[in-house]
Write a protein that binds this ligand. Structure first.
Ligand code: KG4
Ligand code: ZN
Length: 339
């Protein structure tokens, strides 16, 4: 059978990325130009700055991805690009580049949902089994998504306020740690103990999430210590926050695993899947309780934003015959829907 080569392009936030993936599984190239160092100066992503850097980097990143894959646009079967959700100005840059390439070289264009990309990144390390439950944890999303098959998405629960990555980043910021804060909290928490009591997230629905109350609780704790001239151990605060956040996250996962019937595969997706404590808790405490379910936590390189995951999601859409019109626009609030 003829190979399927998909060029993936991602620019929804602060990484400009392009990749070529063969037959949904084999990453021929994956180039990521990160803007972290620029945004560090501001303590977070500045959308206008991010868009401008995407403009500067996108052509070079795509060119490198094709060269590293040792192919040209003639060899590519379709161009897949993140259509949303994300920062509108950032999404536009990837989308316009993808449209231009697809139009100029007479290739199909496929708009991809960023979260579908994160979920399907797991296809690079295992064969996904359906029905599948995905825990999506990133800087913009915290969701439990049920996939009856590879073309049907059902959001079972989602955050009612902040995403978990956003909470990690904000807590890190008030603790004076550099951006992005998630990996910093992860590192610092290893040196601490969960000795401080913080507000436990509460939600009306058993599979929804909430992290803004916990975040405020950390801010209030710190302010109280300052007011009373009391000292606290930063590593203990990082550890207490992380344990409380992960406990809330995983209690929803356990609820879903206990109540949704027929799940064959559980995967974690998104940047926060890189968290070492989350990885340990899932593999050592949750997975052994469900021997009938396959558990996959992707390697760190697949967790944070990249374009290989967009190419994989694009390949699945391509195989299902889905093509996008050339007049599609960026969708900053794009819903994860069944096509
Ligand atoms: O998926 P991603 O790269 O971008 C979005 O689509 O949002 O996720 C980025 C998020 C940031 O909030 C970052 O702090 C968090 O993932 N993150 C972590 C870790 N590594 C990245 N959070 C906790 N622990 C980590 N080790
Ligand atoms: Zn992402």
């Amino acid at each position: 059978m003829k190979d399927t080569l998909i060029l993936g392009i991602e620019s929804s936030c602060d990484e400009t990325a392009a990749a070529v993936v063969r037959n949904k599984k084999e990453v021929l190239s994956s180039v990521v130009a990160t803007q972290i160092d620029v945004h560090k100066e501001f303590g977070g992503v500045v959308p206008e700055v991010a868009s401008r850097i995407h403009v500067e980097n996108i052509s070079m990143v795509i060119d490198q991805a094709l060269k590293k894959a040792n192919c040209t646009m003639e060899d590519i079967d379709a161009v897949a690009v993140t259509q949303g959700p994300g920062l509108v100005g950032c999404l536009h840059i990837g989308l316009q580049s993808a449209k231009t390439l697809a139009w100029a070289f007479h290739k199909p264009l496929i708009g991809v949902h960023h979260i579908a990309g994160h979920i399907f990144a797991n296809e690079l390390v295992t064969d996904l089994q359906y029905p599948l439950l995905a825990l999506v944890v990133s800087g913009g999303h915290t969701e439990l998504v049920y996939l009856k098959d590879e073309n049907s998405f059902q959001v079972l629960g989602e955050t009612q306020d902040d995403a978990i990555g956003e909470a990690f980043d904000k807590v890190a910021r008030v603790m004076g740690l550099p951006y992005p804060g998630g990996p910093q909290i992860d590192r610092l928490a290893k040196e601490g103990h969960p000795v401080y009591t913080l507000a436990k997230p509460k939600t009306e629905q058993p599979m929804d999430f909430s992290f803004s109350g916990l975040k405020s609780s950390v801010l209030q704790f710190q302010a109280r210590c300052e007011r009373k001239h009391e000292t606290f151990v930063p590593a203990d605060l990082a550890c207490s926050f992380q344990e409380t956040a992960l406990d809330a996250l995983l209690s929803r996962v356990v609820y879903a695993l206990d109540h949704v019937s027929g799940i064959r595969h559980f995967v974690v997706a998104g940047g926060v899947a890189a968290n070492s404590r989350l990885r340990t808790l899932i593999s050592e405490e949750i997975a052994p309780r469900y021997p009938e379910i396959e558990f996959t936590i992707p390697p760190l390189s697949c967790c944070t934003d990249n374009a290989a995951m967009i190419a994989v999601a694009g390949t699945i859409a391509y195989q299902h015959g889905r093509r996008s019109a050339f007049d599609i626009g960026a969708k900053p609030g794009m819903e994860l829907v069944t096509e």
